[in-house]
Design a protein around this ligand. Sequence first.
Ligand code: DC
Length: 230
Amino acid sequence: MTQHTDKPIIIAIDGHSSCGKSTMAKALAKRLDYTYVDTGAMYRAVTLYALRQGYIAADAIDETSLQNDIDRVSVDFGEDGKVRLNGESVESEIRGMEVSSSVSRISALPFVRRHLVACQRKMGERKRLVMDGRDIGTVVFPNAELKIFVTADAEVRAQRRYDELTAKGEPCVYEEVLANVKERDYLDEHRADSPLHVAEDAIVLDNSHLTIRQQNNRLMSLYRACQNRL
Ligand code: DC
């Protein structure tokens, strides 16, 4: 639990896809009574907007139209913590295959990133925030008091994703899931604007061989160490 002497801080959690970042960030926020923001959901919401407007075709994106609209695309979170697109809760739509397969292209557009980074910085004005994504410690909050970079071996992440999909009754092939994990790593690490990389002052947390409980304990000790430093 936090103590009343604790300083309000920003906790930036970045890392590879499918390594349980969101689950751990959410649990940490709950434990600290902080606000949790999933920035991947924000990029997914803009992707849903572009799909609904018909701006995304198989081989091209109508960037001009999306750029003209972008200031009218509002992405925020409701009281239930679910992401909203212009006031409408879109949590389930953004997790579907259509959005998932276009979101890398939309999140690579610099004007989309500028728009969402400005929203994200506003959310951090009062601190007491756990935000997860790919560029939180490097671009959004370079001065965040605590930065954590989460990763796990690609094979471990693919196995977790495979188990998740199979449990949901979605048929899949392990080798394909692994190829997809590796492809997403490559896209995240090689895009021109805000590529995924470890911030100089981030602590790397490899959870390949950690249980959820061990991971949560490690996070809390990192939080305590950070408070002691402040
Ligand atoms: O974490 P996720 O899979 O929901 O993220 C969806 C996409 O958004 C993924 O392609 C990476 C991208 N993203 C990003 O570019 N910057 C962020 N801060 C968060 C996500």
